[in-house]
Design a protein. Structure first.
Length: 175
């Protein structure tokens, strides 16, 4: 299986492969390697309009089954993918969009048979609890990952719209 990323493809690919569900790769849509014998293509696209994603889906149509996960049911990805999962409740209009990426990752982890109740409870606590003063005062963050969390660290650590660089150490160790 190949995944076209929108934040969750690399972590999902690592988790799927580690769970024994077969070889799984994650690529930016612009880097998708044509001709590889994938059994399925998963396109992760919040907007449903990303040109490169739509081009890849069109190029493989009829040769590889395709599934898209999107947040908007009124976009070009709907007729382009063979199957579509719409996470409309996870769409957002903000500078740093994390709800869709987080929701798709939880969906894909649950699809692999993982019990995500603990992660959902942790997220609820993180949103409810006030930030520690040290975190509020911090000017830089560095996100580190290991195993499937490498993709999380990479996708969350690169934000061109961030008001300041993310270079303060935070360990996302999955073990």
């Amino acid at each position: 299986m190949a995944g076209l990323p929108d934040g969750g493809a690399q972590p999902s690919a690592a988790l799927r492969e580690a769970a024994g569900h077969g070889e799984t790769d994650a690529f930016a849509a612009s880097e998708f390697p044509p001709g590889r014998p994938y059994d399925r293509l998963l396109a992760l696209t919040r907007s449903g309009t990303t040109t490169e994603v739509l081009e890849v889906l069109g190029r493989v149509r009829g040769t590889i089954p395709t599934v898209a996960i999107t947040a908007d049911p009124a976009t070009p990805v709907m007729p382009t993918a063979d199957e579509v999962v719409v996470l409309g409740y996870a769409d957002e209009k903000s500078v740093v969009q994390t709800r869709f990426a987080t929701t798709q990752l939880v969906l894909l982890r649950a699809h692999l048979g993982e019990d995500v109740a603990g992660a959902v409870a942790d997220a609820g606590r993180a949103l409810a609890d006030p930030l520690p003063d040290e975190a509020v005062r911090a000017e830089q963050f560095t996100l580190l990952g290991r195993g499937w969390t490498v993709g999380l660290a990479r996708s969350r650590g690169v934000d061109p719209d961030a008001p300041r660089p993310l270079t303060r150490s935070v360990n996302l160790d999955a073990s």
